[in-house]
Write a protein that binds this ligand. Structure first.
Ligand code: 6PG
Length: 253
């Protein structure tokens, strides 16, 4: 088993993982805002990043963030209304937005309540306009999770959205597990891989075997797992794992 690469950090539990992610979030915002007027971040859904969002709403971190200069986007969204329990926007609203004074014009959610192809087109236009002067780059930071099947955002193994090479946003017909079985909107690999930094947050024993595959199965030209295809062209990927998820990996790091 190879040593863990430097871009993989292991923390004793999900809380310690979230604390590290919160520190990195503040660091990324500070770094971006030294040379540009705003900080753009795409948020992940799921239970792992929710711990981070709750932390960022705490004064220990929220007081260190210039929320008026931070623009929040979503990496994916379920095709449900924003007040639906499955909404990724709704999860972030409860965990973070209701606690911090971020201007509403800085919150760019995917319209899960709208007809999916129209919502896709509208979000693509929003992103293209927001990053119009960024010379092909997209987000300063993308937060991602990883499902037990190796999916990330709503890019599931063997699905058409995973093969999208032009558009930044895709509609996902989602009829097989993992739940919820609702269609999705998702950033595509071109959008994710144009980011300056990607942080992938993975916690829990159920991820351990898949992570072993990710880090021991060489990523070939077209690696099978969606999360293996997160390879920013001019940016870096950082994996933040908890000990349960990392239990099948070499721990010498
Ligand atoms: C979603 C997420 C999804 C999530 C993974 C991991 O909409 O559900 O975008 O990609 O990040 O499924 O979820 P957990 O962190 O809850 O394991």
């Amino acid at each position: 088993m190879t040593d863990l690469p430097p871009e993989v950090q292991v923390y004793k539990n999900p809380e310690a993982l979230a604390q590290a992610a919160a520190r990195l979030f503040v660091q990324a915002a500070d770094q971006a805002l030294t040379c540009q007027p705003d900080f753009s971040v795409a948020l992940a859904g799921g239970s792992t990043p929710r711990v981070l969002y709750r932390l960022l709403s705490q004064p220990e971190y929220s007081c260190r963030l210039a929320w008026d200069k931070i623009h929040l986007f979503w990496g994916d969204e379920r095709c449900v209304p924003p007040n639906h329990p499955d909404s990724n926007y709704g999860m972030v609203k409860r965990a973070l937005l209701e606690q911090v004074g971020i201007p509403s014009q800085n919150i760019h959610r995917m319209a899960g309540e709208d007809e999916a192809s129209q919502a896709r087109s509208a979000y693509e236009t929003l992103l293209r306009n927001f990053f119009i002067s960024a010379a092909g780059k997209t987000f300063d930071l993308v937060l991602l999770g990883m499902g037990d099947d190796g999916h990330t955002a709503s890019l599931f193994p063997g699905t058409p959205a995973l093969e999208e090479t032009k558009h930044w946003v895709a509609v996902v017909e989602h009829t097989q597990p993992p739940l919820p079985l609702v269609n999705r909107l998702t950033l595509t690999l071109p959008a994710i891989n144009a980011a300056s930094q990607v942080i992938i947050l993975v916690a829990g024993e159920s991820k351990a075997d898949r992570l072993r595959q990710v880090f021991t199965q060489p990523a070939v030209d077209q690696p099978r797992l969606p999360v293996q295809r997160v390879q920013p062209t001019n940016g870096q990927v950082l994996w933040l794992l908890d000990a349960s998820a990392a239990q099948c990996l070499d721990r010498t790091a």
